[in-house]
Design a protein around this ligand. Structure first.
Ligand code: OOG
Length: 253
């Protein structure tokens, strides 16, 4: 099976909300292949009329690496089909076994075409916000290798971003938590994200420029979760709370 055929199976699994076995178990592919498969699956979405809205980093914290048994930073692509409105009521039937993670989002104000350093970020990013990411592995039991998860666009499924704020707040050591029906179910510190969530932009710029991809003005970057992810159930109010940045939530039905 070639990379395009693997992408078709993973894309179909997402569309049908039906899990498949780990692709890497039957078809040995490299990490480079995995990113190519990811690109093919995004192209299928673009062919259906979806638009790229941004990028996400994964496994930027120890909590996430330990939960999933994968120990390397990964990146995936977000599209407008994945974007939820704040407070939106979401039917869980459209996904397989979705989980939520509290995150921080950044807004790009100028195209990033090369690898940038921490000190240059303010030239390329004009806002940040509390965010929630919904991940939904297309693999049975949410089990995968590093190559598998990259091929599956890093489990990207949904995201919702709160009110944008300027970059004046220091965000390297804030409390961040996930609340379900107002109860804190996961809590951590933003320092868990690469010591400083801004570092995720440095890493993404390095990876994207290596891949020949421009991170465009207006796009959103999710820095990765500081805590483990939690499975969603029906009739829940899901909320991310970031100290000094505020809250963002949605509702499941
Ligand atoms: C992969 C995505 C990881 C994060 O924030 O670390 C991720 C997964 O756990 O399914 O989104």
């Amino acid at each position: 099976m070639n990379n395009e055929e693997i992408a078709k199976i993973l894309d179909q699994a997402a569309k049908d909300a039906t899990a498949v076995g780990q692709m890497g178990e039957k078809h040995d592919f490299s990490l480079e292949d995995a990113y190519e498969i990811q690109r093919h699956s995004i192209n299928r979405r673009l062919d259906r009329g979806e638009k790229i809205t941004g990028f996400k980093l994964g496994f930027t914290s120890r909590a996430k690496m330990e939960q999933m048994g994968v120990h390397d930073l990964i990146w995936g692509i977000l599209t407008d089909e994945m974007e939820l409105k704040p407070q939106e009521e979401v039917n869980l039937d459209r996904w397989i076994h979705p989980r939520a993670e509290p995150e921080i989002a950044f807004r790009i104000s100028k195209d990033i075409e090369e690898s940038i350093g921490l000190k240059e970020i303010h030239k390329y990013v004009d806002a940040m916000a509390p965010a929630l990411e919904i991940i939904d592995s297309r693999y049975e039991n949410f089990k995968f290798s590093l190559e598998d998860v990259v091929a599956d666009n890093c489990s990207s499924t949904g995201y919702v971003v709160g009110d944008w704020l300027n970059l004046n707040t220091e965000i390297s050591d804030l409390d961040i938590d996930l609340r379900i029906n107002k109860e804190v179910v996961q809590s951590g510190k933003t320092s868990a994200i690469l010591n400083n969530p801004l570092q995720s932009l440095v890493e993404l710029s390095r990876l994207a420029s290596k891949a020949g991809i421009i991170i465009q003005k207006g796009q959103v970057v999710l820095a990765g979760a500081a805590t483990a992810a939690v499975y969603l159930e029906n009739n829940q109010h899901i909320e991310a709370h970031v100290e000094d940045l505020g809250n963002i939530s949605f509702q499941t039905k």
